[in-house]
Design a protein around this ligand. Structure first.
Ligand code: FAD
Length: 303
């Protein structure tokens, strides 16, 4: 049953018609619990509040599946404006982008051009830019774009998903690149990804430990307290410097645990999505955790 629910919501997240329609609806279905408003002003409020509590942020100006250059160009301009605002407001945060928002499905070189424009501004401000990892059909291209950009910029990194069999090899190739490690949010074939949660979790732990023993900064992106506790013990046992890693969680999830980790002295970063293109992101969160659906239902009936 859980798998059926997951597949249903992942299917909705990929539905281009609903993604387009949802932009017109404005926030609904309780999305505001996990998305910090539609404007730069609203997200800045959330960032400042978290910064005051010792938490840094990464901002995702939501968007994906863009298929025309006008829209991709507008997304690039919005992200550059966001970088200007982060610099002007002097807040502790970096940004996260999705390559399909910036034209990867249109033309890879065009997408690289958009990324270069973003990275030029980010470099000027000393801001890091992380490239989210999307579904496996974009995986090779995302790594190709990353490598093309790394020839010119060192303020760019990406995400590795522990559900992929190839994750260990790719992490070895990217040992000098700042990486966020996650389990993986998309529905993938058993040809490329572990189907069982236990294997995905085990691989996550194995890869996180390998990274923590290396020299390059790693973001541990998970809400899983079993994994977090095991990694905290590992860090202590191996005298790993807290400055070489951070924990990351999504906005609106496990707020108590987010604050607890920051209070314990770990670097903590909250991933904050914002903008009107919220539908795909929100459906993937419902797919991951059926309890989120309860929140939505409550929201529909009791507000
Ligand atoms: P799960 O495996 O879903 O849960 C494990 C256990 O943790 C649960 O059984 C429960 O005990 C506990 N738990 C989890 N959530 C909660 C909760 N809300 N409240 C209470 N207990 C809870 N995926 C991508 O494919 N590409 C990306 O670029 C990407 N970026 C991400 C960035 C960040 C910061 C994070 C946190 C996730 C990102 N993801 C990304 C999503 C990720 O791949 C997983 O789908 C998602 O994080 C769910 O896995 P999990 O490890 O958090 O916990």
């Amino acid at each position: 049953m859980a798998k059926v629910t997951r597949d249903f919501f992942i299917g909705l997240s990929n539905n281009r018609f609903l993604n387009t329609q949802a932009k017109k609806w404005g926030f609904s279905l309780g999305a505001d619990k996990f998305v910090a408003g539609t404007t730069v002003e609203s997200v800045m409020k959330a960032v400042k509040q978290l910064n005051r509590q010792g938490i840094s942020c990464t901002l995702d100006n939501l968007g994906e599946f863009v298929s025309d250059k006008t829209e991709a160009g507008q997304a690039k301009d919005k992200i550059i404006t966001l970088l200007d605002t982060i610099h002007r407001e002097n807040v502790d945060c970096h940004i996260t982008v999705k390559l399909t928002q910036l034209g990867l499905d249109i033309d890879q070189d065009y997408c690289i051009g958009n990324m270069k424009a973003i990275l030029n501004t980010a470099q000027q401000y000393g801001t890091f830019v992380n490239i989210d990892m999307e579904d496996y059909s974009h995986y090779e291209q995302t790594l190709e774009v990353l490598h093309a950009l790394r020839d010119h910029y060192n303020n760019v990194g990406t995400v590795i998903q522990s559900y992929l069999y190839r994750a260990e090899d790719d992490l070895a190739d990217l040992k000098d690149v700042r990486i966020r490690l996650v389990k993986g949010a998309y529905k993938e074939s058993e040809d490329v990804a572990y189907p069982d949660k236990q294997d995905i979790d085990q691989n996550f732990l194995k890869l996180a430990k390998q990274r923590l023993l290396g020299d390059t900064f790693t973001s541990i992106g998970t809400h899983d307290h079993h994994i977090i506790n095991e990694l905290k013990a590992f860090v202590q046992e191996h005298h790993i410097d807290n400055d070489t890693f951070e924990f990351q969680m999504l906005y609106g999830f496990r707020n108590d645990l987010q604050h607890k980790l920051a209070d314990e002295g770990y670097h903590f970063c909250t991933y904050i999505p914002f903008g009107d293109d919220w539908f795909g992101y929100f459906m993937r969160r419902l797919a991951e955790r059926p309890q989120n659906i309860n929140l939505v239902v409550k929201d529909m009936f009791y507000t």
